[in-house]
Ligand binder design. Structure first.
Ligand code: CA
Length: 230
């Protein structure tokens, strides 16, 4: 498995660079987005394991951005970083969409500890039930439904759909599917064809004659599970 990927959303260049260098020194793969728009762009083309989100950003503030992430189905754990004077009830409330928050100034080891907790939780504490629009998948009972209609999926199709739901709203490449669903490190072209065949069958079952398509192909790149256009 490659390095864990962290997206740092912070407009202050010095702070962003210090965080990036610190995290890379710890073996993480850290990317900086200086604005909310930049963060959205990154999230629509890449997958991250944790997002560090500073609340004070130009334009839309961090909480609005967080709300928009969640609205688009991005389920990546978010650690909000905030100055004490911008810490408010909206953030500490359960509906903000933040998984944790850290008040500035903080010690770097504290940040690392929080990130590690989120990474562990992200894998172990995955919700039993994942939903997008009227699609619902239960990891425990392995029941999948679209609206009222139960879907009869093969084991592989179930794993594929669970992976897409886990990365809802984000671009999933064939390389990621080969590595994480097929568990093949060295990716070969024939596997791409196998992935496409499974994806075609899965799409037929999930989207079939539904009014809204959820599985979209991004030509030459991969797939995205999303309500509405890709
Ligand atoms: Ca800032």
């Amino acid at each position: 498995m490659g390095a864990m990927r962290i997206l740092i959303v912070e407009d202050e260049l010095k702070v962003a660079t210090a965080l990036q260098e610190g995290l890379e020194g710890e073996g993480f793969d850290a990317t900086v987005a200086h604005t909310g728009e930049d963060a959205f762009f990154r999230l629509s083309t890449e997958v991250f394991d944790v997002i560090l989100l500073d609340l004070t950003l130009p334009g839309r503030d961090g909480l609005q951005i967080l709300k928009a992430f969640r609205g688009r189905g991005v389920q990546t754990p978010v650690l909000v970083i905030t100055a004490r004077d911008t810490l408010d009830d909206r953030l500490t409330g359960l509906d903000s969409g933040a998984d944790d928050y850290l008040v500035k100034p903080f010690a770097f080891p504290e940040l690392l500890a929080r990130i590690r907790v989120l990474l562990r939780r992200g894998r172990a504490g995955e919700p039993a039930k994942m939903t997008l629009a009227d699609l619902s998948l239960d990891m425990v009972t392995r029941k999948v439904t679209r609206g009222e209609r139960p879907l009869d999926l093969t084991l592989r199709e179930f794993d594929l759909l669970a992976y897409l739901l886990r990365h809802a709203g984000q671009l999933v490449s064939r390389g990621m599917l080969a590595r994480d669903v097929w568990k093949e490190e060295a990716r070969a072209t024939p596997l791409d064809n196998v992935i496409d065949v499974h994806m075609t069958r899965l799409r037929r079952k999930v989207d079939g004659d539904a009014a809204t398509r959820l599985i979209h192909t991004v030509r030459g790149v991969g797939f995205v599970l999303r309500e509405g256009p890709p």
